[in-house]
Design a protein around this ligand. Sequence first.
Ligand code: PBG
Length: 321
Amino acid sequence: MNRTRRLRKTEGIRRLVQENKLTIDDLIYPLFIEEGENIEKEIVSMPGIKRFSLDRIHKELDEVVALNLPAVLLFGIPAEKDDEGTETWNDNGIMQQAIRYIKKNYPSLYVITDVCFCEYTSHGHCGIIHENDVDNDATLVNLAKQVISHAKAGVDMVAPSGMMDGTIAAIREALDNTGFANLPIMGYSVKYASAFYGPFRDAADSAPTFGDRRTYQMDPANRDEGLREATFDDEEGADILMVKPALSYLDIIRDLKDKYDRPIACYNVSGEYAMVKAAAEKGWIDGERVMMESLLSMKRAGADIIITYFAKEVAKVLLKR
Ligand code: PBG
């Protein structure tokens, strides 16, 4: 008889035949950095995650480095917003200050910036508004200004999240023309218009004041279109392709892993984090085990890299094993 249970009998054999492993090296930790002073504000819908001003962030960064996490993904929350999000390309803006601060004080930490406008625009959309919708090509012009400003500040990688068509080509060209040919781009290639971003929009003050993001982010019903999006990013020269959210889109992660010979990332988003935290708080699930199992499922689906608010907790679990 075929007996699959033979290879499950003890911890030793289970370790030997385990096909996928979650490691600290897989993880990117997002950070919310707010312009101002003396800010350390808990985000209510994301227990354990805070918004920091730069003068209060050193403890958090010390911990990230001590846990040997390789990388952080920065989100900036500016003091002033306007209708174009001009602060995004201010060489002295909060993001640029944060890049310089981290690269100076934590040179081993790999710094990635989220490149978008929604935290910076008064209307909360991911670009310039024209006739009640985001103007794609006008937004590309500003995106180029934003990435060049991040590059000058010393960022290690940029990650455009706005889902404008032609983003990767525009950014690649802008970087190449300004002496940053070696700066890599992680594309938010397949990003869905998802209800799972709810807590993030509180965290980053980035909810749209009118309408929604369905004219630029993808319909959760679509799979072929995801491949099309990823193909464009691949052809335009994105170095890493990302799927977002992660848990409800594991099939898309696998599609990309099978089809493209580039590293695949996924974003375990705020709503996925909040659900686990809330259920664990009620005692309805074992939060630590559900965290480890769901992140492992992303690896199994094909993700090489996972962006997750759980990164510090996962690192602690892995270090005590
Ligand atoms: C900005 C952006 C969003 C997220 C990452 N970058 C929000 C959005 O598209 O509305 C979501 C992250 C999360 O939910 O954890 N465009």
